[in-house]
Design a binder for this molecule. Structure first.
Ligand SMILES: C[n+]1cn([C@@H]2O[C@H](COP(=O)(O)OP(=O)(O)O)[C@@H](O)[C@H]2O)c2nc(N)[nH]c(=O)c21
Ligand SMILES: [Mg+2]
Length: 318
């Protein structure tokens, strides 16, 4: 490509109908023109303005595996550890059955739910106290699920690392399981930060979770305020958000209002019943897509333009 061609390519904008992955039947968008506009902004802004924020359970892990086996959640991995006292398991189940219906109650206002969630995480932390525990137990169970990450997760995290895009994995679950799985899958690169609830130890015994508590309704960038990660990303105003639950769409709250955000929602359960809400909440809804192909395609467009710009700068400075 000559210099002029390269400069023209660098300026021309992309049309959504030319982005093949977004034209697949299972890829739905309420407002394709908005997605097209933001993709063009991402592409023009380049990798240095990008950040990625992703949920963990059933967003990085698969919602459906080929052999039909169920992937446990991060708390589920911990609960499967053999050394946990029997009383822990029964009490923890009781809490789940009490609080989970509140968490997903469509009628209760969020401020009221927040109190209950704080109560749940606090009681769960109190239960996770006073007995010995070894991280290797989590590692052993997590190792069984390192292949249960979405197809092309490895490539996706390699893309993010190569482009230097800060990547936040947010989980209101258990951070020890999240990090263990990401490490064993070889995707825990230096640009990846996990914000979650981590086990705390005192005198060799478990002592609940470390602060700050991350629960369903504060799982967003406001909990990062003033932190090292916040300082790293607060000027990165081009954001990809990925999640499988409706609440995940708010994970970037707390970033400047002028930011441009593309929210990708992975929908698998009760597709028809959930479709309307997902379409209103996420910019791109992927129905039973167990891959990272769509977010990877966005990164590929950003990278291609970035390379063109670099080549044309190199040529014009000759
Ligand atoms: C305190 N607590 C919370 N949860 C659930 O863990 C989930 C973690 O939240 P999340 O990180 O948003 O994960 P998601 O991808 O599954 O949405 C919450 O939505 C709760 O339903 C919990 N689940 C179990 N098994 N045990 C617990 O103690 C516990
Ligand atoms: Mg999830």
């Amino acid at each position: 490509m000559g210099c002029d061609d390269q400069q023209n390519a660098a300026k021309s904008s992309l049309r959504i109908q030319d982005i093949a992955v977004l034209m697949q039947d299972h890829c739905r968008m309420l407002d394709p023109a908005k997605v097209e506009r933001i993709i063009n902004e991402f592409v023009q802004g380049g990798p240095e303005r990008m950040q990625l924020v992703s949920d963990f359970d059933y967003t990085i892990t698969k919602q459906r595996t080929e052999d039909g086996s169920v992937v446990p959640s991060s708390f589920g991995i911990f609960n499967a550890c053999q050394s946990l006292p029997e009383s822990f398991k029964t009490e923890s189940d009781k809490l789940y059955h009490k609080y989970r219906p509140i968490e997903i109650d469509p009628h209760m206002p969020i401020p009221e739910k927040v109190q209950y969630m704080v109560e749940w995480w606090t009681k769960s932390g109190a239960l996770t106290t006073g007995f010995p525990f070894d991280q290797s137990e989590i590692d052993q169970i997590a190792s069984k699920y390192k292949n249960a990450l979405r197809d092309r997760t490895h490539e996706f995290f390699a893309d993010l690392q190569r482009l230097g895009i800060p990547t936040l994995v947010f989980s209101a679950g258990l951070g020890n399981s999240v990090v263990s799985l990401l490490r064993q899958a070889n995707v825990m690169h230096p640009n990846v930060k996990v914000v979650s609830n981590f086990l705390q130890f005192r005198n060799g015994l478990l002592d609940g979770f470390q602060q700050p508590m991350i629960h369903t309704f504060n799982k967003n960038e406001t909990v990062l305020d003033g932190s090292e990660y916040y300082n790293l990303v607060h000027t990165r105003d081009h954001i990809i958000v990925m999640g499988d639950s409706l609440g995940d769409a708010d994970m970037a709250s707390g970033v400047p209002a002028s930011s441009h955000i593309i929210k990708i929602g992975f929908l698998f359960d009760h597709v028809e019943a959930n479709m309307d809400k997902y379409m209103k909440t996420f910019d791109i809804v992927l129905v039973d897509d167990q891959t990272m192909d769509v977010p990877r395609a966005l990164l590929a467009l950003i990278e291609k333009q970035h390379q063109l710009k670099q080549q044309s700068t190199a040529q014009s400075s000759r």
